[in-house]
Design a protein around this ligand. Structure first.
Ligand SMILES: C[S@@+](CC[C@H](N)C(=O)[O-])C[C@H]1O[C@@H](n2cnc3c(N)ncnc32)[C@H](O)[C@@H]1O
Length: 276
């Protein structure tokens, strides 16, 4: 028998647990299954949904109960001022990564720049900057072809944004960049938080050498490719700032450290001493 929107929502919320966040998730999944907006769902609770929509809703609710992240079920996640397609091939964008955008956009805007986003994932950093700075030339790169396809979808139509597959900076000999930015994998393989992140690609999360291999690799590779007055900007874990700052110094950079809105140490910018 057909169900009304109101009944479907009540059943779905109860199946998830009936907390306010469960009711919100149920409404989002119902909207996804029916193609109706939140206001349409609220305004017309008596509207009947068809059997196929109901079946899809039940499948989504079951996956949510099993722990599948909402972003993967809905296929999108908001970041800065855009909605990004995300898939299980990409990390789910985190709000703390917006700190990198804030730092880049708050630097004095002195004409066109070249920027490379290493490990672009769904393309959030590259596409956000490409849209905010149309006179800049932006490259998004990742070693995962599947992630890069998602980033290409998200950056479609941005004429100042190009995509390159590769291992960090290894395929960029002979060029320099004004800005090198990365949110690389930085979680230790033994970190207690990892089991909660089982749906996201391990290659986007975990780095060898206690979480430091990729951070250190990027710092040292960047020295040959950073323009004299340019900067390297890295996101890192909240316990890693002192070590990242030390590694920047070993590579010959001065650095500035940043914390996110929750006051967690979260990013370091490195630049050449002459440029300070
Ligand atoms: C923490 S995720 C960041 C994704 C995206 N930039 C964000 O902030 O949401 C790290 C990304 O680095 C990529 N990656 C891991 N190792 C890499 C390597 N050696 N070279 C290039 N990209 C790599 C992963 O595929 C993943 O997309």
């Amino acid at each position: 028998m057909s169900k009304s929107i109101g009944d479907a929502l009540t059943i779905a919320s109860a199946a998830l647990g009936n907390d306010p966040s469960d009711r919100r998730d149920a409404a989002l999944l119902l909207g996804h299954a029916t193609g109706l907006s939140h206001s349409q769902l609220i305004a017309r609770p008596e509207t009947l949904i068809c059997a196929q929509q109901h079946k899809q809703l039940q499948e989504l609710i079951e996956q949510r109960r099993l722990g599948q992240p909402m972003a993967y079920l809905l296929g999108t996640k908001a970041f800065w001022d855009l909605d990004f397609k995300v898939t299980p091939d990409t990390l789910i964008p985190r709000p703390e990564t917006e700190l990198l955008i804030e730092i880049i956009l708050s630097q004095p805007h002195t004409g066109p720049k070249t920027l490379i986003d290493l490990g672009t994932g769904s393309g959030i950093i590259a596409a956000t900057i490409a849209q905010a700075r149309p006179d800049w030339s932006v490259i998004a790169t990742d070693e995962s072809f599947d992630a890069l396809r998602v980033a290409q979808h998200n950056g479609a139509g941005m004429r100042n944004l190009n995509f390159v597959a590769g291992n960090w900076l290894t395929c960029f000999g002979g060029v320099t960049f004004d800005i090198i930015v990365a949110n690389p994998p930085y979680i230790d393989a033994l970190d207690a938080h990892l089991p909660a992140l089982v749906y996201e690609p391990r290659s986007a999360l975990v780095s060898e050498d206690d979480g430091f291999r990729d951070l250190k690799g990027i710092i040292h590779q960047s020295t040959a490719l950073l323009a004299d007055s340019g900067y390297l900007l890295l996101e890192h874990g909240y316990t890693q700032q002192a070590a990242v700052t030390r590694e920047m110094a070993l590579a010959g950079y001065e650095s500035t450290a940043y914390s996110d809105l929750a006051d967690n140490p979260r990013a370091v910018m490195g630049y050449r001493k002459e440029a300070s």
